[in-house]
Design a protein around this ligand. Structure first.
Ligand code: PGA
Length: 251
């Protein structure tokens, strides 16, 4: 059985006090959500404060990015994965399409960040997904399998239970245009097959694959009915405690 994961990606929103206020509002609303893992990803500056205030709760903390380097050093502006762990994170998101698009992250960089996160003991949420143009050209599967193979190169069998894949079609992020449950299911099943070929059937069967892209309280239930959709990575609708709690409590 794959335990679902509902993760909120707060992107570059909220000050420290706003982040703490949202986290504290969320806490009682999801306290009984035993059917899934609940994760929120505040900005770097708010991680420690939010983690401190959520200690002992069922909400886990993710960072939205980490350095490719594993140990400290002269890398101005970067934050190492072990520092995120030290600040209270259990997870880190890597390879989000906004990072690929605006900060030119390649699969090679994603792979190094994944390795750095694993070495620090974090669980990695690796994002993949095609653009609208790539989908219209019939290249969606090729793009996604290339991102999976390139971004997750060099993993050992023991790393795999700390890998979560998030399929986020770029054309569905922040656009209000969700992939249909069938479109998402089709790609999730494909990702699982790619994983089975590269690793093992058992690893593929236990891999959690999240859908992301305009997930809202009113579309989560239909997405979660699909057999290969194991949760969601939620952007806009995670910024508000009530709407994110509705998504978490989709059952
Ligand atoms: P969205 O963002 O839910 O606002 O579309 C999803 C994401 O980028 O992770």
């Amino acid at each position: 059985m794959r335990k679902p994961v509902i993760a909120g990606n707060w992107k570059m929103f909220k000050t420290v006090s706003e982040s703490v206020a949202t986290a504290l509002a969320l806490k009682p609303l999801v306290a009984n959500a035993n059917h899934c893992e609940v994760i929120i990803a505040p900005v770097f500056t708010a991680l420690k404060s939010v983690a401190n205030r959520l200690e002992g709760s069922n909400i886990k903390i993710a960072a939205q990015n980490c350095a490719t380097e594993r140990s400290e050093g002269a890398f101005t502006g970067e934050v190492a994965a072990f520092m995120l762990k030290d600040a209270g994170c259990s997870h880190v998101i890597v390879g989000h399409s906004e990072r690929r698009q605006y900060y030119l992250e390649t699969d090679h960089i994603v792979s190094h960040k994944t390795q750095a996160g694993l070495a620090a003991g974090l669980t990695i949420i690796v994002c993949v997904g095609e653009t609208l143009e790539q989908r219209e050209q019939g290249k969606a599967r090729d793009v996604v399998s290339e991102q999976i193979v390139g971004g997750l190169s060099g993993l050992t069998a023991s790393d795999l239970d700390r890998i979560i894949v998030a399929y986020e079609p770029v054309w569905a992020i922040g656009t209000g245009r969700t992939a249909t449950p069938e479109q998402a299911q089709e790609m999730h099943a494909f990702i699982r097959r790619v994983f089975a070929e590269r690793h093992s059937q058992a690893a593929a069967e236990s891999l959690r694959i999240l859908y992301g892209g305009s997930v809202k309280p009113d579309n989560i239930a239909a997405l979660m009915k699909q057999s290969d959709i194991d949760g969601a990575l939620v952007g806009g609708a995670s910024l508000n405690a009530e709407s994110f709690a509705q998504i978490v409590n989709y059952k």
